[in-house]
Design a protein around this ligand. Structure first.
Ligand code: NAG
Ligand code: NAG
Ligand code: NAG
Length: 377
């Protein structure tokens, strides 16, 4: 737009004057407005969650942080232990950790036939994602209700923890399948995770007939599981999986499973089922809940459950359909990835996310012709 020169001069004068008046007015108000804002913040403490995070249940007062048991450090063998073993020993007695995410009560609205309780590390987003879309779908199988839960802790590194806690808050809002506690999710804390889950299940999901406890890198044939469990009584003892017997602690320090005498002097483990995945009834879940508080935590979670069963005078059993120690193809002509093989199985350990998707898809093919032993992949 073109304005006559004199008019342009007048306009800029008016604008400048307006700006000055606005500034003066603003500065008069700024003081009281700012302090009001501060008071509001102080009055209502903010949650640590990002904006848009799901509404949290009213916060329980956080339990006092559990202090390390430093009297153990006096033991002559303590200092020579690997760092994660020392860490385990110092915090072994700590069992009370607050939840950060919990599923809504509707998760366990009866009747729940099979609750899938899957241990997952915070950063394993892709694995959770594929389980949700395949064998872990919440659905009806032959009229039986399946429900899914991921059991997670948090990261030891504070920056990483902020990130994964946000991720899990997002997943909780979107899928309502996250049960997260505020403890460091590490291999030696898996028993703690198991014990916290049983404690949670005792009050929040006691009526689920059966539980699948497993890892997030398994392929669980949930249809076959329902077929297997349907004829069984949830009020009787059931604990089945890949049965391991006659083994004891591994005493070589470089092993992932190294358990020194300082942790347990026992040379023999009781029979137990491999932790990749096992099925249990609610009767047996209650028995484990009674036993766990009476025993010292052992860092190997599946062995610890074997100890709990023994404490209650119960035994784990073997199901040939659970393969947690790797899979051997039944014959040279039948690949271990052949879906026909999986039709008979309940659970196989060590699947990559894409393999899970392929297998789920192949098993769902109505024309899967196993009699002819055709190779699908
Ligand atoms: C700390 O360790 C000592 C020595 O092993 C043990 O006697 C004591 O019961 C432990 N304390 C707690 C709180 O676990
Ligand atoms: C287990 O978690 C607790 C709480 O976060 C932590 O203090 C401890 O170091 C962890 N133990 C191991 C072995 O990671
Ligand atoms: C579980 O079932 C019992 C008996 O039917 C009932 O009293 C209880 O309220 C149920 N608990 C939950 C959490 O649904």
């Amino acid at each position: 737009m073109r304005w006559p020169r004199s008019l342009r001069y007048d306009l800029s004068l008016v604008l400048a004057l307006g700006a000055v008046i606005t500034l003066v007015l603003l500065s008069l108000h700024a003081g009281p407005m700012a302090s009001l804002e501060t008071e509001r913040r102080q009055g209502a403490p903010e949650t640590s969650e990002a904006p848009g995070a799901p509404a949290e249940p009213p916060a329980r007062p956080a339990p006092a942080p559990c202090l390390p048991n430093t009297s153990l450090a006096a033991h002559p063998d303590f200092a020579t232990q690997p760092a994660h073993v020392r860490d385990f020993l110092l915090y072994r007695h700590c069992r009370d950790f607050p939840t950060l995410q919990e599923p809504p009560a509707a998760k366990c609205a009866p009747p729940v036939f099979l609750l899938l309780a899957i241990k997952s590390s915070p950063a394993n987003y892709e694995r959770r994602d594929i389980v949700r879309r395949t064998w872990g779908q919440e659905r009806q199988v032959q009229g039986a209700t399946l429900r899914r839960l991921f059991l997670v802790g948090t990261a030891a590194d504070p920056h990483e923890a902020t990130k994964v806690n946000r991720l899990l808050a997002l997943e909780a809002r979107e899928h309502r399948d996250i049960l997260q506690w505020d403890f460091h999710d590490s291999f030696f804390n898996l028993t703690l995770k198991q014990v916290l889950f049983l404690e949670w299940q005792k009050t929040r999901c006691p009526n689920a007939s059966f539980l699948l406890n497993g890892d997030d890198d398994v392929f669980a044939h949930t249809d076959n599981m329902v077929t297997f469990l349907r004829g069984l009584d949830p009020e009787r003892h059931l604990f089945v999986g890949h049965l391991i017997q006659g083994v004891g602690p591994i005493r070589v320090p470089w092993s992932k499973y190294f358990v020194p005498r300082l942790v347990t002097p026992d040379e023999h483990y009781p029979p137990y089922c491999g932790g990749g995945g096992f099925l249990l009834s609610r009767f047996t879940a209650r028995a484990l809940q009674r036993a766990a508080p009476a025993l010292d935590l052992l860092p190997i979670d599946d062995v610890f459950l074997g100890q709990c069963l023994r404490h209650q005078g119960l035994r784990p059993a073997s199901h040939s359909g659970v393969r947690t120690a790797g899979l051997r193809a039944p014959s040279a002509r039948l690949s271990s990835f052949d879906p026909c093989y999986y039709r008979e199985l309940l659970l196989v350990h060590r699947f990559l996310p894409y393999e899970t998707l392929l297998m789920w898809n192949a098993l769902g093919q109505p024309d899967l012709a196993c009699g002819r032993r055709t190779q699908v992949y």
